[in-house]
Design a protein around this ligand. Sequence first.
Ligand SMILES: *[C@@H]1O[C@H](CO)[C@@H](O)[C@H](O)[C@H]1NC(C)=O
Ligand SMILES: *[C@@H]1O[C@H](CO)[C@@H](O)[C@H](O)[C@H]1NC(C)=O
Ligand SMILES: *[C@@H]1O[C@H](CO)[C@@H](O)[C@H](O)[C@H]1NC(C)=O
Length: 455
Amino acid sequence: MLRPTAGKGPRPLLILALFLVFSLTAAGRTPSLRGCSIYILDPVRDLGQPACDLTSTRVWPFASASNKLQAAGPLQPWEHQHAVNYWTAEAIKVAGVRAPSLHAADLIFLHSHCYEQWRLGWWWERRGHNLAGLLPESDQYLRRTMRLLQTWPQWRESNGSRFVVSPFHPSTYTETVNAMRPCNSSVFSLVATHAQFCTKRREEHERQGLILPFVTEFRDRGPQALAGKRDMLLFYKGGCADPAARARYAWGKLQRLAFVTATKPHLGADVDVNCGCDVCPRGMNRNEMMARMQRSVFCAVLAGDAQTSRRQAESVLRGCIPVYIGPGFHTLPLAHAIDHASFSVFIRVRNVTWTMGANGANVGANGPDVGGAWYLDAPVPEAEIATVGDLGDVVGYLRKLPPQVVAAKQAALAREYHKFSYRARRGEALSGAQRIVLGRLCERARQWRARADVG
Ligand SMILES: *[C@@H]1O[C@H](CO)[C@@H](O)[C@H](O)[C@H]1NC(C)=O
Ligand SMILES: *[C@@H]1O[C@H](CO)[C@@H](O)[C@H](O)[C@H]1NC(C)=O
Ligand SMILES: *[C@@H]1O[C@H](CO)[C@@H](O)[C@H](O)[C@H]1NC(C)=O
């Protein structure tokens, strides 16, 4: 069990860390990480919670070659699309802002990666079964961890604002989300969509946490890797609603189906738009999908069951201009630090054919209100949002965009793409996304330190 003074600082690491902080700051690429001290709280080590072992195939069954959760081959826990907790913890370590003890920390980061990934293993083991009334051990332990933390003086004296949690998986049980970021506190949350915040309004996002991009397994290979011939106009591939059971699906999956259907007449040499996903039977090989994004000028980025998807980060990291189609717009992560409007295309469609109506069985997921709830997370100027009559007009609109507009977007993308990457460029300590997340955490740490110094 943890005592607030536990832990010793490993000195050589500290010196290396200080050096790294210095060189990163000197390079002028990082918001200041000075005066920032974050403790990585391990619920097993620090709170005596039950062990969690990612090398166990019960916890993480996806590392075997035959398992296809997400990728064509073995998938490591840190490569998984929701592994933002892992990459944030890595950033804290690599940047040298890790507090050697709780006592020395301004912020406390809950390292919940293992429990969060265990939930996926638990679901997988029981796939095809009725899970009603069952709760993964991982969620029991996470909730218990949060109950304990709320009794800590560090929590009570700061209203939770010294804590950072990551209820990122869009399908996290509501009660677990509520336990991780209690709405009567000011805990800071790393989330996938603003639905996971207590207060949904855009002006309230920054106060509550960060909306993060999905994790992809590929490394930032530098902007030159985005250059090259693009002989395709538009690419999309993603899981759609089943036309025979539309009411069961969420708004995003219905919109995908409508978009693919409306685009059929345009399919041809340079338009490649299809339903299907990389984990479905007969799904497209993942490397093939990435190669097609790299060949395409535009990639549609459409929400799914939740207001987000991995296709966004993949498109951007392949240099393909993201095309957001609404209403019911895909989430825009890290909106305080990414100039989305500079490299993206936004299209509003007047004739919304993909909502299920106000009295449907699944109205919370696909009723007309979802379109408004899934608003743009960044203040995109109205002038940057095109309006077309029907979904079928999207291709024509993209085809007519002046070449200089497209070139400017591609140039902006080459500047901004790295902010979607969790894996640093060779020779660099931190990736673009890690720098932004850490910069924000350090800002909070300094705020707390300033208040504590006064008080
Ligand atoms: C906040 O809510 C939790 C339950 O979610 C409760 O246990 C806790 O006592 C509350 N804290 C305050 C300060 O009201
Ligand atoms: C704690 O934070 C919540 C959310 O920001 C706020 O509503 C509440 O009033 C705060 N409580 C205290 C005691 O500051
Ligand atoms: C909207 O789209 C549907 C399906 O394509 C079409 O049948 C309908 O006529 C369109 N409505 C308007 C007002 O254009």
